[in-house]
Design a protein around this ligand. Structure first.
Ligand code: GUN
Length: 305
């Protein structure tokens, strides 16, 4: 089984972005800018946004982090979005999801200027992707495509199965694979006999947010398995049953930090049947951030054409 580590590819993408940004700065006197908006105290969101800001610093994107209180209203957030839309020095805007319950998430996503929608969540960008004319592609599926290409996976004609139908991963992933001539099946929480469907897949992409749900019975021998899940677990028995030979190392992590990260794929099970597997952490998550940098550079370019 080949472990599809993403660190080197993420670094390579960020270096390419950095070089382009230096050129843009020298030739046009322009430094791309990203505004990241976070509402409330969700600890996972805080980590993700911090990683995005850190990546901006690495590649030379000007960044600002707007952290708003849990009690923020839709109207207050709309005001901030309008302010960021109007600023010429802001090329990309992202609102970290999920938002607190009282906020109308759809209204917020639709308020972002599609030209600054570096997450690719605005209906204009979703529509462009569905039509096969993408401008901003959601970062996680875009990163997965980069990883597949980098790993020499021949997508054309593959049976690809996606577990999860979210706007952030599942749906855009299906569009991208379809554009590359895969035969695409989307499974979800109501799919009957999930394993019977996923077992037919040469390429299995899992994004459902359920720790270790995808086990040996779900995976075809030799399949390429992309694990998008990021679940924090701290239960000792659960760690033991998921990690097999790696359990002791993970238990050390739990002892030190209170929890360890596991994907939606059972790592010990998958290692026995998959041909390739992305690890968690160290897999898809790194590419999401790298692609956000790439999208922000693209936004800065397109806005100045
Ligand atoms: N929440 C989980 N993934 C993402 C992402 O890619 N972008 C944003 N804005 N929120 C997320």
């Amino acid at each position: 089984m080949i472990k599809l580590e993403a660190a080197n590819l993420a670094t390579k993408i960020k270096h390419e972005v950095q070089a382009e940004i230096e050129r843009m700065l020298k030739e046009q006197g322009v430094r791309p800018g990203l505004a990241a908006v976070r509402v409330g105290e969700d600890p996972a969101s805080a980590v993700y946004v911090r990683n995005k800001i850190r990546a901006c610093e690495e590649v030379g994107i000007h960044s600002e982090h707007h952290a708003l209180p849990e009690s923020t209203t839709t109207s207050q957030l709309l005001d901030l979005i309008a302010f960021l839309n109007a600023r010429d020095d802001v090329d990309g805007i992202l609102t970290q999801l999920p938002l607190p319950r009282q906020i109308d998430e759809t209204a917020i996503i639709e308020a972002i200027d599609p030209a600054k929608d570096v997450d690719g969540f605005h209906p204009v960008n979703v529509g462009r992707l569905a039509l096969g004319r993408p401008v901003f592609v959601p970062c996680t599926p875009a990163g997965i495509m980069e990883l597949l290409d980098d790993s020499g996976v021949e997508i054309r004609g593959m049976n690809a199965c996606i577990v999860g139908r979210s706007q952030i991963v599942g749906r855009p992933m299906a569009q991208l694979l379809l554009q590359r001539d895969a035969t695409v099946t989307i499974c979800h929480s109501r799919t009957r006999d999930l394993a019977a469907v996923t077992r037919t897949a040469d390429l299995l992409v899992v994004a459902i947010g359920r720790p270790g749900l995808i086990g040996r019975e779900h995976i075809k021998l030799g399949a390429t398995v992309i694990d998008v899940g990021m679940n924090r677990i701290s239960d000792v028995d659960q760690v033991r049953s998921l990690f097999g030979p790696e359990a002791e190392k993970r238990l050390d992590v739990v002892a030190k930090r209170g929890a360890t990260l596991v994907g939606d794929v059972h790592p010990a099970d998958a290692a026995a049947v998959a041909g390739m597997l992305t690890p968690v952490p160290g897999g898809v998550g790194l590419l999401t951030v790298a692609m956000l940098m790439k999208n922000t550079l693209k936004a800065a370019r397109l806005r100045r054409q």
